[in-house]
Write a protein that binds this ligand. Structure first.
Ligand SMILES: [Zn+2]
Ligand SMILES: [Zn+2]
Length: 235
């Protein structure tokens, strides 16, 4: 490997990049330690990672997957990452629902009918790997149709559709639960929402943003500040 290659490769070896790549290729992070990440990245991509990078990559991968299991954003997040990787792949149809997908470090045969790919991720997770996304997108399939319906909201709600009774002998405290009080802080609300793969892919389309007009203070009509910061004394 040339020095240039090595430098080009190192630029990508940030913990976040490694964490995402690991989730994309391996999918499962339960019970792993940083050494597993180091070994896997070495075997799959010839990446030489130090302990700190592997450790941080594992932490990052865990927050991606765990954060997701709790709040249900995980699948969309995976799809967002994977569809970005899928964009770099080339697809050749074989027959019916089978495709040969080239790109990344592994060329795969994807079988969309049976939900399988040579990389193994699709069959285990029932969530399409980047190869399956590339194949599906090439024939105009919506990514969501490739995901197993057990990940859908309807399945989640169905699980709680029946009454849930306490176990026999279990003491149930009698009190009314009210929603928590929500206080809205001053200023503009933060926009730190996780974006869906649809929004991300739209963003990648690079539509020109709307031209802003000059914003004026709603109180004194001057530019350069907004009402909360207004120093004008007129009421
Ligand atoms: Zn695959
Ligand atoms: Zn003002």
């Amino acid at each position: 490997m040339s020095v240039g290659d090595r430098i080009a490769q190192r630029r990508h070896c940030t913990p976040k990049y490694v964490g995402r790549l690991f989730i994309d290729r391996v999918g499962i992070i339960d019970g792993l330690n940083p050494q597993h990440i180091t070994d896997a990245m070495n075997n799959m991509f010839d990446m030489k990672l130090d302990y700190t990078t592997s450790y941080r990559a594992l932490l990052y991968a865990q927050t991606l997957v765990r954060g997701s299991a709790e709040d249900g954003r995980g699948v969309e997040y995976l799809l967002a990452i994977r569809s970005e990787i899928a964009d770099t792949m080339t697809v050749q149809p074989i027959d019916g629902w089978r495709f040969f997908v080239k790109g990344g470090k592994m060329d795969c045969v994807v079988d969309l009918e049976h939900g399988k790919c040579d990389c193994g991720v699709y069959a285990v997770e029932k969530i399409p790997c980047s190869h399956a996304i590339a194949a599906g997108t090439s024939v105009g399939l919506h990514i969501s149709t490739l995901v197993c319906p057990v990940y859908s909201k309807d399945f989640l709600f169905a699980g709680y559709s029946e009454n849930i009774y306490p176990c026999v002998g279990q003491q149930v405290e009698e009190r009314t639960c009210f929603p928590p009080e929500v206080k809205r802080g001053p200023g503009r609300q933060k926009k730190s929402r996780w974006q869906s793969w649809l929004e991300l892919s739209r963003m990648r389309g690079r539509k020109p943003r709307k031209q802003h007009r000059a914003y004026r203070c709603s109180k004194c009509k001057e530019t350069g500040h907004t009402k909360p910061q207004c120093k004008s004394s007129s009421v």
